[in-house]
Design a protein around this ligand. Structure first.
Ligand code: GTP
Ligand code: MG
Length: 218
């Protein structure tokens, strides 16, 4: 992790808040938000459960495309963690992909209470076109993000370093990027990611939250 280190955030309470299909369904309050983003099956829901220390909070599946809504979880009565719908699942019709694009772009652009994104990529594969697109949007919209290569337990010791170096080179990311390799099996990365949460949620980091456009409902 290259950013200034925080202290691992302690998870004291977690509640499911709601699911949103479009921007019109987002929770109306101004609670700071951190979203978990990445392609289908990369391990978003698994990471959310692992991070929050719960087995079954977010639904995990071997079948890609399980999470098709934005699912909001309230943590420590202080912030929301948002499980975003996965992208890049080939069997989803074109119309659904278009809607995903619109919802995500609108969300990243307008959601003032979004203070950070945990961007997942599979450590074993080259980043997809949509991974690159998502990261380009994050940079364009100046959303603070942490890059999390997932499923690190599937790499041998010898494969780790070259795989991470290749990912970084492929994505052409800045040198001061927060990078946290993660495994739900070994819990590698958990404390570092909780420390990153602590950092982005620190007083002064959370903007005066007011919607830029339109009403918000849950
Ligand atoms: P969608 O909801 O379809 O977008 O998928 P998702 O990104 O939420 O993935 P999910 O958490 O459902 O996990 C997909 C599969 O990857 C499941 O079979 C998980 O058990 C597996 N998985 C997730 N994280 C890890 C990990 O760190 N190590 C290993 N070995 N498997 C993992
Ligand atoms: Mg999921």
């Amino acid at each position: 992790m290259h950013e200034r280190e925080g202290v691992p955030l302690r998870i004291e309470s977690v509640q499911f808040v709601c699911s949103a299909a479009t921007s019109a369904d987002l929770p109306p309050d101004r609670t700071p938000e951190i979203a978990v983003s990445g392609r289908s099956n990369v391990g978003k829901s698994s990471l959310l459960n692992s991070l929050l220390g719960r087995n079954d909070l977010a639904r995990v599946s071997r079948t890609p495309g399980k999470t098709q809504l934005l699912n909001f979880f309230r943590v420590n009565s202080r912030f929301h963690l948002v499980d975003l719908p996965g992208y890049g699942y080939a069997r989803v019709p074109e119309g659904v992909i278009r809607r995903w694009r619109l919802t995500m772009q609108e969300y990243l652009r307008r959601r003032r209470q979004l203070v950070g994104v945990i961007q997942l990529v599979d450590c074993r594969h080259d980043p997809s076109r949509q991974d690159r697109e998502m990261i380009a949007w994050l940079r364009e919209e100046r959303v603070r993000f942490c890059l999390v290569p997932t499923k690190m337990d599937k790499l041998s010791q010898g494969e780790r370093r070259p795989a991470l170096a290749r990912l970084l080179a492929e994505l052409d990311l800045p040198g001061d990027l927060a990078l946290v390799p993660y495994s739900i099996r070994t819990r590698e990365g958990r404390d570092e990611l909780l420390a990153w949460l602590d950092l982005v949620l620190a007083p002064g980091q959370v903007p005066e939250a007011a919607p830029r456009n339109g009403p918000e409902r849950c």
